[in-house]
Ligand binder design. Structure first.
Ligand SMILES: [Zn+2]
Length: 114
């Protein structure tokens, strides 16, 4: 893992953070700059730079990310209303931490992507 990766430090426990979910493959936290009433991050524990680097070997972690997202959305009470799952890729998309993570955003009308 890259030594200065924030999400790797959270995954290992080196950096304490309030986790909404934590298992062998993924963890979830609240975004520190929420852009909606619900804004969570679902993060694979294994370091993957971004979606350009995802391959077959990551399938179990990716599937778990979607499962956890569905569970957390239900827990937040937004499963029926709808919500957005998004991956930012690279600088122009506003990716600030180069460790793959899924945004779960909801709790208000979101409008179009972009
Ligand atoms: Zn990392």
């Amino acid at each position: 893992m890259p030594e200065e990766c924030l999400f790797c430090k959270m995954a290992s426990g080196e950096m304490p953070v309030a986790k909404l979910h934590d298992d062998g493959l993924v963890f979830a936290i609240r975004d520190i700059n929420p852009r909606a009433p619900v804004h969570l991050l679902i993060v694979p524990k294994q370091h993957i730079d971004d979606a350009r680097h995802v391959g077959d070997a990551h399938a179990p972690a990716l599937a778990r990310m979607f499962e956890v997202a569905a569970r957390l959305a239900a827990g937040e009470g937004i499963a029926k209303r709808g919500y957005r799952l998004a991956f930012n890729v690279g600088e122009e998309a506003g990716m600030t931490i180069s460790h793959l993570h899924m945004h779960l955003v909801g709790g208000r009308h979101l409008g179009a992507e972009g």
